[in-house]
Write a protein that binds this ligand. Structure first.
Ligand code: ACO
Length: 356
């Protein structure tokens, strides 16, 4: 049996930046607080929709794999911020990239969504039921942020990352994984009123709500414990890990998870200072940037770990293949914009009744 492998990767970060200084003008916060408590310095605000971000990342991943869109059998978009409930963001992406033969589905496991999608793709390819799967994590989270709420608005950003999974003659791929959920803790991190239950109150738009310190504690526990278990399942130890690519929630969460595992901080991929928490997009963006930076070598043993609303968590051990460079490069990009991050927030700010 040939192993399903990641053969292409890509990302899309919208150009407009929202800095900590911009946030100081919107809510009662400071660059010093955000930097020291989270490690985040800036985040991107998208002028385009989630499916646009996803399609650009997807096109880069297809080019890196040297594939045409028509060769894809399935498009999975992991997102909790789709353009619409119907059709799925994946259906829109299927059209935008021209994956004319592909089935398409959205997958919502919040920040763990990309790893859930990667596992689904791996298992589909492993059974032979699908040959080539495009897995994308994409979010336009700023739409659901109340920029008067300093506890949530400083943490999140927009973006997308993508991979192609297909059979390979190489040894490696996904060596072990764990997916978990605790739905009894649904309310500690949620966007209440965003579905059939209706809005929480007539005057309130659905927005990210979070018990930050509880999420922090549970994220460190869940990512640390699941990571230890997947390493054991793969017959590896922490010393065998070349790079941990964790969900980019908060630098302190990432550092505490690495400490709990006993992993050297030089073996941890962190890019959250530039993008904040991009939920399902964070791991594929970090993977693409780790490859660009030469931090993933041929045969590298990667540890992925994520945690998010649900509560959900996921961890996986992945053995990279021989190729660490893209086969082709795509020119795909979002339509240009001259609007700043602060300009793009205007609808949210007006809605929540605060000026900037
Ligand atoms: N600016 C200034 N002060 C703030 C801010 C802010 N943006 N946010 C909170 N504070 C204040 C609080 O009001 C509190 O003040 P008080 O002591 O006067 O009451 C003080 O700072 C400490 O607040 P805590 O919430 O205890 O701060 P903590 O160190 O826990 O950091 C944070 C808060 C950053 C939210 C942290 O708990 C965290 O990162 N939690 C996890 C969040 C997360 O990553 N969520 C997403 C993961 S899952 C997913 O991605 C969907």
């Amino acid at each position: 049996m040939t192993a399903p492998m990641i053969t292409g990767w890509g990302k899309c970060l919208p150009p407009a930046v929202l800095s900590n200084a911009d946030l100081e003008r919107l809510t009662d916060t400071s660059d010093a607080w955000i930097s020291t408590r989270t490690g985040i310095k800036g985040r991107r605000i998208s002028h385009a929709e989630t499916s646009d971000l996803a399609a650009v990342a997807g096109r880069h991943a297809l080019a890196a794999a040297g594939l045409s869109p028509a060769e894809i059998d399935l498009v999975i978009v992991a997102t909790c911020t789709p353009d619409r409930l119907v059709p799925s963001a994946a259906a829109l992406v299927q059209a935008k990239v021209g994956a004319v033969r592909a089935a398409a589905l959205d997958l919502n496991a919040a920040c763990s969504g990309f790893l859930y999608g990667l596992v689904v793709a791996d298992q589909m390819v492993r059974t032979g039921s699908m040959r080539r799967v495009l897995v994308i994590g994409a979010e336009k989270l700023h739409f659901f942020l109340d920029f008067t709420d300093r506890a949530t608005s400083v943490l999140f950003g927009d973006g997308a990352g993508a991979v192609v999974v297909e059979p390979s003659e190489e040894e490696g791929g996904l060596l072990s994984f764990e997916l978990g959920t605790d739905g009894t803790a649904a309310d500690i991190l949620c966007i209440a009123g965003s579905g059939t239950e209706g809005a929480p109150a007539a005057e309130r738009r659905p927005r990210v709500e979070m018990e930050g310190p509880t999420v922090f504690r549970r994220a460190v526990e869940a990512m640390g414990e699941a990571s230890a278990r997947v390493l054991e399942k793969a017959g590896l130890t922490v010393a065998d890990v070349d790079l941990l690519i964790p969900h980019q929630a908060n630098r302190r969460i990432v550092e505490a998870t690495a400490r709990r595992l006993g992993l050297d901080e030089g073996k941890v991929m962190v890019n959250l200072e530039a993008y904040g928490n991009t939920s399902a997009a964070s791991i594929p963006i970090a993977l693409a940037e780790a490859l660009e930076a030469g931090r993933v070598g041929a045969g590298a043993r990667l540890l992925f770990a994520a945690f998010g609303g649900g509560l959900t968590w996921a961890a996986a051990v992945y053995r990279w293949g021989a190729r660490v460079a893209p086969l082709e490069v795509s020119e795909a990009a979002l339509p240009p914009t001259s609007r700043s991050g602060r300009d793009l927030l205007e609808p949210n700010v007006v809605f929540y009744g605060k000026g900037g």
